[in-house]
Design a protein around this ligand. Structure first.
Ligand code: CA
Length: 236
């Protein structure tokens, strides 16, 4: 299974080192940035599964990092800060942060907040597509509970984003899923125009599962509308 990726934006080295070490020990893949500008660049280039954000950054207010990100993404953002003022917590949440931890915080508290925020994202994705436990068609098998994809019994290694896309399409197999509804399910109502990122991910998915990506057997493009995944044979 692919690791969940977390981007940490924190300028204080001792805190950053501690969090990176803690998260890595707990099985997460971690990227770290020290400024708001670098953090925002990393958010768009790496599309982490979750962002941990310090509010007091050297070059800009963390609140503005949240506002910028929320223009196009609903990825979970947990704010970490030494500030204890209610006003700032509310401001961060109003700007679109999912949760808040105040320094100093314990390891177990931080890990619990992360798990909760990630669960919330999974819940939205699964509610979008009913309750099927598996998908199978033409040798392609998806186990939604284990988040495992195999092709002719060989494991297919998808990134978390690629898996989420395939999983939404597979749970709605046979139906056309519009670009907009897919983007909305993946990145939330703040997503805006993420067509390009979706296309790049789809190209990677096809490279991994299709014999000939130019003539797909599993995921078809409905030009100008969306994607349709070949119907689940498990239901027949
Ligand atoms: Ca700081």
């Amino acid at each position: 299974m692919q690791k969940i990726s977390i981007l940490l934006i924190e300028d204080e080295k001792s805190i950053s080192d501690f969090i990176v070490r803690t998260l890595e020990l707990n099985g997460y893949s971690v990227m770290a940035e020290k400024t708001g500008r670098d953090g925002l660049a990393r958010i768009t280039s790496a599309m982490p599964d979750l962002v941990l954000l310090d509010l007091g950054l050297p070059d800009m207010d963390g609140i503005d990092v949240i506002r910028e990100t929320r223009k196009w993404s609903a990825m979970p953002i947990i704010v970490i800060s030494a500030r204890t003022l209610e006003k700032e917590k509310v401001e961060a949440l109003d700007a679109g942060a999912d949760d808040y931890v105040t320094k100093p915080f314990g390891t177990s508290e931080l890990l619990a907040r992360i798990r909760t925020s990630l669960r919330h994202v999974d819940k939205i994705a699964s509610e979008a597509g009913g309750l099927r436990k598996t998908y199978s068609a033409r040798g392609l098998l998806i186990d939604f509970e284990k988040r495992l994809v195999t092709l002719n019994d060989e494991p297919v290694h998808l990134t978390r984003m690629e898996y989420n896309i395939v999983s939404i399409l597979a749970k709605n197999s046979g139906k056309v899923i519009t670009y907009d509804s897919l983007i909305n399910a993946l990145w939330g109502p703040y997503a805006g125009d993420n067509n390009r990122i979706l296309r790049v991910n789809m190209a990677n998915i096809r490279r991994k599962i299709e014999k000939n990506p130019g003539e797909p057997e599993y995921i078809f493009t409905e030009l100008g509308v969306g994607y349709r995944m070949t119907e689940d044979e498990g239901d027949r």
